[in-house]
Design a protein around this ligand. Structure first.
Ligand code: B12
Length: 277
C-alpha cells in the first residue's frame, strides 16, 4: 500500500512571516537610544544578509542620527560579520554568502574610513601592516589600519597574502616603528612566525616592534613565535602601539621589557573591566 504523503500542507502566510521576523529579532541593541536601535538592527541584518547595495544607505542613516563611525565598526558591523562567521562554521552559510557579507563590510569601511582617519591630528610614526602569505582575509586588518591612522600613525598597508620578503622590503623602505601581521587561518598563522624569523635573519628585529592579530591568534601564540604584542582587537592594538612609540620608544623590538609592558596593558584592562562589574 503506497504511503500517503501530505504535500498540500497549507501555511498561513501571515503567521509564517511573523515567525521569520521573530527569529530575526535580537535584543542586542536594547541599551541603544530608541532612534538608533532599529537602524543598528537593520544594519546588522544587512551584513548578515549580504545586501551590499543597501549598506551605504543604512550607514548614512546612522551617521545622520549622530552615531560615531567607531561605534558602527565596533557595534552592528562587528556583530553582523561575527554572525556570518558562526553560520559559516555551522555550514548554514557557504562561501558565496560570506563573500556578499564581506562586500557589505568593505562598502561600509570605504564610507567610514575618511571619517575615522580625519581624526588624525599629529604624526607619531609609521606602522606597516599586511595579511600574511596565503591568506586573503583583510577586513580586520583594514579596521586595525584605520584605527592606527586615526590615532596618529602613518599606515602602510601591504595588502593581503604578503610574502615575508615584502615585509622586509617595506621595513627597509618605510622604517616603521611597528610592523603588524594579520592571519585568519590556522593554516597561515605559521607565516607570522616565518616572517618574524626572516626579520631576525635580516638583522632588523631590534628596529621594529612586532604586532600579531587575527581570529586564531592568541597571546600564547604571540609568545611562542616571539612577537612583542598581540592585539585581540583594533582598540587594544592601538593602545599598545601608542605605548610603544610613547613611553617605550627607547626600547628595541624583541626586548622582554616591551613584551612585559604589553601584558601589563592587558592586565590593567582586565582589572578595569572587573572593577566596572
Ligand atoms: C569574511 C570571511 C571570509 C571572506 C574574506 C573577505 C575579506 N576580504 O576579508 C572570504 C569569503 C574571502 C573568505 C575566504 C576563506 N575563508 Co574565511 N572567513 C570570513 C569570516 C566569516 C569573517 C572574518 C572577518 O572579517 N571578521 C571580522 C573582523 C573585524 O575580525 P578579525 O578579522 O578577527 O579582526 C579583528 C581582530 O582579529 C584583530 N586583528 C586582525 N588582524 C590583525 C592584525 C594585527 C597586527 C593586530 C594587532 C590585530 C588584528 O583586530 C580586528 C578588528 O578588531 C571568518 C569567521 C571568523 N570568525 O573570523 C571566516 C574564516 C576566517 N574563514 C575560514 C575559511 C576556512 C576560509 C576559506 C579557507 C574557505 C574556503 N573553503 O575557501 C577561505 C580562505 C581564503 C584565503 N586563502 O584566505 C575559517 C578559518 C578556519 C580556520 N580554522 O582556519 C573561518 C574562521 C570561518 C569558519 N569558522 O570556518 N573568508
Amino acid at each position: 500500500m503506497p504511503l500517503k504523503i501530505d504535500t498540500e500542507q497549507e501555511f498561513d502566510i501571515e503567521d509564517l512571516q511573523y515567525d521569520i521576523d521573530e527569529t530575526r529579532k535580537t535584543d542586542r541593541w536594547n541599551d541603544a537610544p530608541a532612534e538608533v536601535k532599529e537602524l543598528f538592527h537593520t544594519l546588522e541584518w544587512n551584513i548578515i544578509d549580504g545586501e551590499h547595495h543597501e549598506t551605504i544607505t543604512f550607514i548614512n542613516g546612522c551617521l545622520e542620527k549622530g552615531v560615531s563611525p567607531r561605534t558602527l565598526v565596533a557595534g552592528p558591523m562587528a556583530t553582523g560579520i561575527a554572525e556570518v562567521g558562526r553560520r559559516f562554521k555551522m555550514d548554514e552559510y557557504f562561501l558565496p554568502e560570506v563573500m556578499m557579507s564581506a562586500k557589505c563590510m568593505h562598502e561600509a569601511l570605504g564610507r567610514l574610513k575618511p571619517l575615522i582617519v580625519a581624526e588624525k591630528s599629529i604624526d607619531i610614526g609609521t606602522v606597516v601592516v599586511g595579511t600574511v602569505q596565503g591568506d586573503l582575509h583583510d577586513i580586520g586588518k583594514k579596521i586595525v589600519a584605520m584605527m592606527m591612522e586615526a590615532a596618529g600613525f602613518t599606515v602602510v598597508d601591504l595588502g593581503v597574502s604578503v610574502p615575508p620578503e615584502d615585509f622586509i622590503a617595506a621595513i627597509r623602505e618605510y622604517k616603521p616603528k611597528i610592523v603588524g601581521f594579520s592571519a585568519l587561518l590556522t593554516t597561515t598563522m605559521n607565516m607570522q612566525g616565518e616572517t618574524l624569523k626572516l626579520i631576525k635573519k635580516e638583522g632588523l628585529r631590534e628596529q621594529v616592534k612586532v604586532f600579531v592579530g587575527g581570529a586564531p591568534i592568541s597571546q600564547a601564540w604571540a609568545d611562542k613565535i616571539g612577537a612583542d604584542a598581540y592585539g585581540a582587537d583594533a582598540l587594544i592594538a592601538v593602545e599598545k602601539a601608542k605605548a610603544c612609540v610613547d613611553r617605550l620608544h627607547n626600547l628595541s623590538g624583541g626586548d622582554p621589557a616591551v613584551h612585559a609592558a604589553m601584558l601589563e596593558i592587558d592586565r590593567q584592562r582586565e582589572a578595569a573591566k572587573a572593577a566596572a562589574g
